[in-house]
Design a protein around this ligand. Structure first.
Ligand SMILES: NC(=O)c1ccc[n+]([C@@H]2O[C@H](COP(=O)([O-])OP(=O)(O)OC[C@H]3O[C@@H](n4cnc5c(N)ncnc54)[C@H](OP(=O)(O)O)[C@@H]3O)[C@@H](O)[C@H]2O)c1
Length: 321
């Protein structure tokens, strides 16, 4: 089957590691289901995979892609929850120490077919297109948990979202607005800030700009480039929720500020299947939808990856199959 995959990661030049071509269909294990992929969205996770992060040599070649929406073998329209827990695990999948995301241990979604445990299939609401649904399992689910579980925010509070254009950031902007928060967003270009405003931000700022006031929480996906600004922007007792560090993993800790102003720094990863179902309900009831920057046939995946590597996305990139 036609697939987008990696067999020799390249930390310096991830695009050189990207391969398009034929791969065997994955076998269907007991209790697993085969899904015909209709749409699959790109995440920064796929760029990390090309760089070899979290992908040991014995897992190669690996089909990329964590997210998909498609049709199961009974003809149902489904969405895939990408967190695969280990056999016998019960409870929140994200706390299973042996969990993985699709494309880390099991072959990913950038292919004609993907196999997943049956419990990871969720009915796709008719209100969402395959393209929209394919944006939810990683970026949107992560943003949903960051805001609803980890941030401690209540309607009327102010949230700062760093990095206007990212998949998680665009999801967070739309969800935060729907939650009744005051939404402030930073972005590196005028075009990205304008898109954030159109997506629901009440105010947008250049990266690192002094804000009109302190915020109750910051959503961090950028890391080194924005971390100091995040801490400077937070009110005493506020919360930084961090799920990623695209620009670098080792920002200055600024521990004196953290303890003196009693800040909370909370790590956040993905979400469980109950949260994914609740997120879909939120989209149904509020009418908010993923900001999709580009929809490309899977055969043109290189253009989508290149845009993400170059930081030239503005919302989600979706591949159709
Ligand atoms: N823990 C989890 O479960 C989880 C889930 C999803 C994502 N993540 C992580 O979260 C991060 C974002 O993922 P994504 O898929 O949303 O990525 P993406 O779509 O590629 O977004 C990139 C973002 O990074 C910002 N950025 C990059 N370099 C920057 C720099 N030097 N200065 C300022 N901003 C910079 C961009 O901001 P501008 O708009 O200003 O350009 C943009 O918002 C990744 O590191 C990913 O691995 C983690």
């Amino acid at each position: 089957m036609f697939s987008v995959f990696v067999s020799a990661p390249n930390a310096e030049d991830p695009m050189a590691a990207l391969e398009l071509g034929e791969r065997p269909e994955p076998a269907i294990a007991d209790g697993w289901a085969r899904v015909q992929v209709k749409a699959a969205s790109l995440n920064h996770h796929d760029v990390w995979s090309l760089k070899g992060q979290g992908l040991p040599e014995d897992k190669m070649p690996m089909i990329l892609g964590t997210d998909a929406a498609g049709i199961d073998e009974d003809g149902n329209e489904v969405l895939i929850h990408s967190v695969i827990s280990s056999p016998g695990w019960t409870g929140d999948e994200t706390f299973d120490p042996r969990r993985s995301l699709l494309s880390e241990v099991h072959q990913g979604t950038f292919a004609e077919y993907v196999t997943v445990p049956k419990q990871n299939l969720i009915a796709k609401p008719a209100e969402l297109s395959f393209e929209e649904a394919s944006c939810l399992p990683t970026a949107w689910l992560t943003a949903y948990r960051m805001l609803t579980k980890d941030s401690g925010l209540k309607p009327g509070d102010t949230v700062l979202i760093q990095g206007a254009s990212g998949g998680v950031a665009t999801a967070a902007t739309a969800i935060a607005k729907a939650m009744g928060l005051q939404v402030w967003v930073t972005g590196r270009t005028e075009e990205k800030r304008a898109a954030a405003a159109a997506n629901g931000a009440h105010q947008t700022f250049e990266s690192g700009a002094r804000l009109p006031g302190k915020v109750d929480a910051v959503l961090e996906t950028v890391g080194e480039a924005t971390w100091s600004h995040s801490l400077r922007s937070l009110r005493p007792g506020g919360t930084v929720v961090c799920c990623g560090a695209t620009s670098g993993f080792n920002p200055p800790a600024d521990l004196a500020r953290v303890f003196f102003l009693q800040m909370r720094i909370v790590g956040s990863t993905m979400g469980n299947s109950t949260e994914l179902a609740a997120l879909m309900n939120l989209l149904k009831t509020t009418g908010i939808r993923p900001a999709i920057d580009k929809t490309l046939p899977l055969a043109e995946a290189k253009a989508g990856f290149q845009a993400m590597v170059d930081g030239e996305t503005n919302g989600k990139i979706v591949f159709t199959i």
